[in-house]
Write a protein that binds this ligand. Structure first.
Ligand code: PMP
Length: 292
C-alpha cells in the first residue's frame, strides 16, 4: 500500500495530500503540532502528547478540529494504513483557511493534517561515541512552551549545528544559561551525580520525553534537579545528554568541540537510556493489551 496521509477528513496518497495556499499555517505559521513516537505499532505517551497539543491550541485560541477520541481513532487508522511499527506520527493543526489578514478570521475551521514516518534504530556509533552539540544564542520568542509550527530560529540553529558537524545546537539565554536544543531538551549530570534539566517555563518546550524520563528517574530513585545550568557548568559536567521523542536519551560527549569529562557516554546516561527504552517497551505492551 502506498504511504498515506490524513488531511481534513480524508486519507490520501502522501504525494497528493495538500492544504490550501491561504491556509494560515502556510501564511502565518498560525498553528501547532505534535510528534508522537510509535514503538512496535503502539503510540508512546499518547495522553501527555495530546494534553500538550490541547494546551498549545488553547494558548493560541484554536479549536480542536475534532474530539480527542476521534483524533486518536484517526491516528490509529493512519498507523494501520501505513503499517507503521517504529517511527512517529506527526499531527499539525492550524487556524484554517481564510483570506490573508493578521486578525483571527471570523469564520475558519481548523486544518488537521496527520502523517507517519518510519525511523531506523539509532546508529550504533551515536550511542557508542555520543553526539556533539554547539552552543548558540537563543533568539526565539518568549512563548517556547507553545509547540508552534513557527520554527524558523530552530531551523537556523539546527543548520548551524549540521554545518559545524554537530548533532544539535543548545540555545543559550541572555544570562548564559542553556534553554534547550532546536528540537530536544538538554540535560547534564553534575559532579555529585545529580541529573539536571531546565525547569519547565515559557523559555522551553516541556518535552514529553523530559517528563517521562523525570518519572523514570523518580521511580528509580536517582537524584535530579529542575533548574537552569550555564554553558560553563555543562562543559565542566560529569555527563551530558539530550532527550526527545525521536532521540529518546542520547549521550552528548562534546560541547563546542570540547570533550565532556572523558569524552565517552556516561554511566548514568546509559542507564537512563536503557530505563527509557524499557519504559517504551512496557507502554507498547500495555497499549496492545487494551486493544489500542
Ligand atoms: N524542545 C523543542 C524545541 C522541541 O521541538 C522538542 C521536540 N518536539 C523537544 C524539546 C522535545 O520534546 P519531546 O520530548 O516531546 O519530543
Amino acid at each position: 500500500m502506498p504511504r498515506q496521509a490524513y488531511v481534513n477528513g480524508r486519507y490520501l496518497p502522501h504525494g497528493q495530500a495538500a492544504v490550501h495556499i491561504e491556509d494560515r499555517g502556510f501564511q502565518f505559521a498560525d498553528g501547532v503540532y505534535e510528534v508522537v513516537p510509535v514503538h512496535r505499532g503502539a503510540l508512546i505517551d499518547e495522553e501527555p502528547h495530546l494534553d500538550r497539543l490541547e494546551r498549545s491550541l488553547g494558548e493560541l485560541r484554536i479549536a480542536m478540529p475534532m474530539r480527542r477520541r476521534a483524533l486518536q481513532l484517526v491516528a490509529r487508522e493512519l498507523i494501520r494504513r501505513n503499517d507503521l511499527r517504529d517511527g512517529f506520527i506527526y499531527m499539525q493543526i492550524t487556524r484554517g483557511v481564510a483570506p490573508r489578514d493578521h486578525r483571527f478570521p471570523a469564520q475558519a475551521s481548523p486544518t488537521l493534517v496527520m502523517t507517519t514516518r518510519r525511523t531506523k534504530p539509532h546508529r550504533e556509533a551515536l550511542l557508542r561515541d555520543g553526539v556533539a552539540v554547539i552552543t548558540v544564542p537563543d533568539i526565539r520568542w518568549r512563548r517556547c512552551d507553545i509547540k508552534s509550527v513557527a520554527l524558523l530560529p530552530n531551523v537556523l540553529v539546527k543548520q548551524a549545528a549540521v554545518e559545524a558537524g554537530a548533532y544539535e545546537a543548545w540555545q543559550v539565554d541572555d544570562e548564559g544559561r542553556v534553554t534547550e536544543g532546536s528540537s530536544t531538551n538538554a540535560w547534564i549530570v553534575t559532579g555529585d551525580g545529580t541529573a539536571v534539566t531546565r525547569d519547565a517555563s515559557q523559555a522551553i518546550l516541556n518535552g514529553i520525553t523530559r517528563l517521562s524520563l523525570l518519572n523514570v528517574i523518580r521511580a528509580e530513585g536517582y537524584d535530579f534537579a529542575e533548574r537552569p545550568f550555564t554553558v560553563a557548568e555543562a562543559k565542566a559536567a560529569r555527563e551530558a545528554f539530550l532527550t526527545s521523542s525521536t532521540s529518546f536519551v542520547m549521550p552528548v560527549t562534546r560541547i563546542d568541540g570540547a570533550a565532556v569529562a572523558d569524552g565517552r557516554p556516561g554511566p548514568l546516561t546509559k542507564a537512563l537510556r536503557q530505563h527509557y527504552l524499557d519504559y517504551m517497551a512496557g507502554q507498547g505492551a500495555a497499549d496492545r493489551q487494551v486493544g489500542g
